[in-house]
Design a protein. Structure first.
Lengths: 381, 220
């Protein structure tokens, strides 16, 4: 074959590969349903969600609720009408009783000024029916027309009450319920990662020796053991921990435990491989030196292998703890415990500010772990 | 009285789950490909903006540097799955929110790595080109690009490996790919289908790992 021919063949191959790549991208564009127009048209919806997410629900004011109550028989004659009051915070209606579907006018006097008032019915069965919102003026009065819905009719001789509820802030800021829940769940997340890393390390340590070529030697059993261990580690490593967590969540029921089990298995697979590479890279000199002094296999491992691998092992363990914290933030999506469950629930019920609290907590923890693991690894190695 | 008989007509065809599996795998492979490519392309300018040696000139560019770095760090801490769950709400179910989520995470992760590559370039060749009278474009062409392209390619391929794994699970929250079907099957308890998905995932992850190792060996 002359050089010119081989050159031509090579450039043909290059063009072919470029064409293939273009075809793959065009096809992939269709398969993945990339739709920039949809992204732009849904921007208004996304803007609100993202605005809520970056404005998390952290603190709340201590509040005090005041409820004004007015017995209101529907229809007339089913119960005792309210006695008119003329001083203090009070609500009155233009009629003392009404029939279903009548419009009545509710007036409030001497309430908190310039504040929102929630009007509601206390139904005969004890449930609350929201009616309307009113706004008080600068003297604390309000006037609002509401409809008497049929559901507020008296039942079994018990009548409905019309209520006006004002909620005012008193005192300073306190952590909101969302913040308390998130802190609770994020602690669970960190400890899940810690447990899984610990358990994974304990198992991966011995496993790594079976996956190290230099330890297993060249015998038939050694080779078979090496190949089996390596294959199992490689296959396990192909699965994302979330896949395993889903299976275990179904198997062991929901909660942090299946998450820890899944995370442990993934940790064993990936630390097992990293550890075995560290074991393969050890210097044979000290081994031979210890061996020639007449030491047995256990003593060789104790005095020649372990001192060489400890720094690498610690560095890998801390690195993996960092990874495990990241993974355990999403294990809850499939029922594996931790912050992820809280986050996905809040998004499902459209409480984006609470979801935002969870996301910021994740950012803070991952950041802190990143920093911490880098610092520790710098110290160790 | 009705009597029904089923007769085998011809050879093997894909079962219903089998065709879902093929579709899921196809989506997974292209999800990883598209989002890695888009992410890498977008990460290059971001990497320049996040490189201290280029942006350290005055207070304004330094401000941009800190802003870009902070955003990259925040986005990088959020798993693609969390980004996907938000975008599923915004743009609806399907592979598209998955592409957006993985792309965003890729931009953040690669942006940081690229900026470190740019920060680490050796000033020697730059000065040499300038000393022989090369202009700015020639300096970029002959001194900057040869230094940054191999590590950028290497990081992108490394990211591709990660994205293949992520795209197998992005469907758990409605982001497309094999994960979408796998999750349904696990919840439904259709364990034969789950088994085939598991086998398929191992095969594609291993094949793509092999392909990426070959491409890396070629390019770098």
């Amino acid at each position: 074959m002359n050089p010119k021919n081989s050159n031509r063949r090579r450039s043909f191959l290059t063009y072919f590969l470029i064409l293939l790549a273009i075809a793959a991208y065009v096809y992939g564009y269709g398969v993945t349903q990339i739709d920039p127009i949809k992204l732009i048209t849904s921007l208004s919806k996304g803007k609100d969600i993202i605005a809520d997410l970056i404005n998390p629900d952290l603190f709340t004011h201590e509040t005090q609720q005041t409820t004004l109550d007015l017995p209101f028989p529907v229809p007339c004659g089913t119960g005792e009408e309210a006695q008119p009051v003329s001083s203090g915070s009070r609500i009155t209606t233009n009629v003392a009783c009404a029939n279903a579907r009548d419009m009545i006018t509710v007036q409030g006097y001497d309430l908190v000024v310039n504040h929102r008032v929630k009007l509601q019915w206390l139904l005969p069965d004890g449930n609350i029916l929201f009616s309307d919102l009113a706004q008080t003026d600068d003297r604390g009065n309000f006037t609002k027309q509401i409809e008497v819905r049929p559901i507020v009719s008296a039942a079994n001789g018990v009548i409905s009450h019309l209520q006006a509820v004002t909620t005012v802030d008193v005192g300073g800021l306190v952590p909101s319920q969302a913040l308390k829940d998130v802190v609770n769940k994020i602690m669970e997340t960190i400890f899940m990662a810690l447990l899984a890393t610990g358990a994974g390390t304990i198992i991966a340590g011995p496993v790594s020796f079976f996956a190290a070529r230099n330890i297993m030697g060249n015998g038939v059993f050694g080779k078979i053991g090496y190949t089996i261990t390596r294959t199992i580690l490689n296959v396990t490593r192909s699965y994302d921990s979330l896949v395993l967590a889903t299976v275990f969540a179904l198997w062991l029921s929901f909660g942090p435990f299946p998450g820890v089990v899944a995370l442990t298995i993934v940790t064993i697979a990936s630390l097992g491989k990293l550890f075995s590479e560290a074991v393969e890279n050890i210097d044979p000199g000290p081994l031979e030196a210890v061996h020639t002094t007449g030491a047995n296999a256990a003593q060789v491992i104790r005095y020649a292998v372990i001192p060489q691998i400890i720094p690498d092992f610690i560095s890998y363990i801390i690195y993996h703890w960092d990874i495990n914290v990241r993974i355990s933030t999403i294990l809850g999506f499939v029922g594996g415990g931790g912050i992820g469950f809280y986050l996905s629930q809040r998004i499902n019920v459209l409480e984006y500010r609470k979801a935002g609290t969870a996301i910021w907590a994740i950012v803070a923890v991952v950041w802190a772990m990143d920093f911490l693991s880098a610092e520790i690894r710098k110290k160790v190695t | 009285v009705y009597v029904q008989q089923t007769q085998q007509l011809a050879g093997w065809i894909l079962s219903k789950n089998g065709s879902y599996l093929v579709q899921g795998i196809q989506e997974t492979i292209f999800l990883a490909l598209m989002s890695t490519t888009l992410g890498a392309v977008m990460a290059i300018p971001v990497g320049f903006l996040a490189a201290r040696n280029l942006m350290g000139g005055n207070a304004f560019t330094m401000g941009i540097y800190f802003l870009v770095r902070t955003i990259l760090n925040i986005v990088r801490s959020i798993e693609p799955l969390i980004i996907a769950i938000v975008f599923v709400v915004i743009v609806g179910l399907g592979p598209f929110p998955g592409v957006i989520a993985i792309t965003m995470h890729t931009v953040a992760a690669l942006g940081k790595l690229f900026s470190e590559v740019i920060e680490g370039i050796d000033p020697g060749p730059l000065e040499a080109i300038r000393a022989v009278g090369g202009n700015w474009a020639q300096m970029v062409r002959y001194a900057v690009i040869p230094q940054i392209v191999p590590p950028i390619m290497s990081f992108t391929i490394y990211r591709w490996d990660i994205n293949v794994r992520t795209s197998t699970i992005i469907g758990f929250v409605g982001g497309g790919g094999i994960g979408f079907y796998l999750y349904q099957w696990i919840i439904k308890g259709d364990y034969r289908a789950v088994g085939s998905a598991f086998i398929a995932i191992v095969i594609i992850v291993m094949i793509l790992d092999f392909v990426s190792a070959r491409i890396r060996a070629r390019l770098v």
